[in-house]
Design a protein around this ligand. Structure first.
Ligand code: TXA
Ligand code: MG
Length: 321
């Protein structure tokens, strides 16, 4: 057991990481639970603290492209373009790993996931280290990802020594994960960068591969990002008929559902999908902690980051195996 502390001391975070300890770090997407990515012993602590299955590989975070290059054996041209345009930013690249990357990071796969986070504090920390940081989202496996230091504390207090507080994550959804095959870009997880942006930047065909059966990224597991209370996504006016007499929480985009409910959250009254994404996980946590029987969410416009919002809501809603 640790006495978990929240603070802003980058040198303290550095010293703990160098000693093989875990530190939660802010990024622009969600908070990460970081360890020395070159140390199998440190990485093993991540799986234990999160209760995460070992078949689920980890993203390596670095400060710049130069550091990224050492971790891979090849960077396809489409990837190069994306890196120039979008990194640092909410995108993760799956690339053939170099011998420097431990097998525990990639769960045995020959490809490693690399990301340069766009957050001043994270970049400052990373640039002071001589190893990359392996970091999944800093939540117990399966629950909604944390977008503030307090969220990390709620899920992991006692399990880690330090949470580096960099404020609220401004993107609010995890990074988009892309791989490269033949002359195509494959999106393995929808996230902070939209498919439309990737198409524009690369000029090559972009495919989406979010298969649920045998996930190449377990963030693709159907049941994930889940609230403890049941959550349903769809036409709220329809759904509500099945819950007459129940305490209902509503999660809406820009307009009230105009129906009686215990609680209703509008994620962006001005109709911005980016603003809605930034507030999504906080709202899901808030509703989950309120005195409600069920959470009903509307489906968001199927474009841009709206697709990633729908993806997270669908996984939160999934009940079954
Ligand atoms: O925005 C993000 O990506 C955040 C912040 C902290 O950087 N990280 C994050 O990590 O969401 P995590 O572990 O919760 O989700 C990463 C996903 C997992 O679904 C994992 O399976 C997949 O990336 N992944 C990691 N390495 C992989 C690899 N070598 N091959 C395929 N999938 C991989
Ligand atoms: Mg996660």
């Amino acid at each position: 057991m640790y006495n978990t502390v929240i603070g802003t001391d980058i040198e303290k975070a550095k010293a703990l990481l160098e000693a093989g300890e875990l530190v939660a770090i802010p990024t622009e997407t969600v908070y990460g639970l970081a360890a020395n990515g070159f140390s199998e012993a440190a990485i093993a602590k991540i799986y234990a603290a999160k209760n995460r299955p070992q078949f689920n590989p980890l993203i390596l975070h670095v400060a710049n492209l130069e550091q990224a290059q050492k971790l891979v054996t090849e960077i396809p041209e489409a990837c190069e373009r994306l890196m120039q345009a979008l990194s640092p930013g909410p995108i993760t690249y799956l690339l053939p790993k170099s011998a420097l990357v431990p097998d525990l990071v990639t769960a045995g796969s020959s490809r490693v996931a690399i990301r340069i986070p766009n957050h001043a504090m994270a970049l400052d920390l990373l640039s002071r280290l001589d190893f990359p940081l392996a970091a999944p989202s800093a939540n117990p496996s399966g629950y909604v990802s944390p977008v503030s230091a307090d969220h990390v504390m709620q899920g992991l207090h006692g399990k880690i020594p330090y949470i580096l507080d960099g404020g609220s994550c401004h993107v609010g959804l995890e990074s988009t994960i892309v791989g490269f095959e033949n002359n195509e870009v494959i999106i393995h997880r929808l996230g902070g960068i939209s498919a439309e942006q990737i198409t524009t930047i690369t000029g090559v065909e972009v495919k989406t591969s979010l298969s649920h059966a045998s996930p190449t990224a377990p963030g693709q597991l159907k049941s994930h990002y889940a609230t403890s209370k049941p959550l349903l996504i769809g036409d709220v006016e329809q759904l509500i008929n099945d819950f007459i007499g129940k305490k209902i929480g509503l999660l809406m985009f820009d307009q009230s559902a105009g129906v009686a409910a215990e609680k209703e959250i509008l994620l962006s009254p001005s109709g911005s999908l980016e603003e809605a994404a930034a507030g999504l996980f906080r709202a899901m946590r808030l509703l989950d902690q309120s005195d409600l029987d069920v959470i009903l969410a509307e489906r968001f416009p199927d474009m841009g980051i709206g697709r990633a919002i729908n993806d997270r809501l669908e996984r939160a809603a999934y009940i079954g195996d």
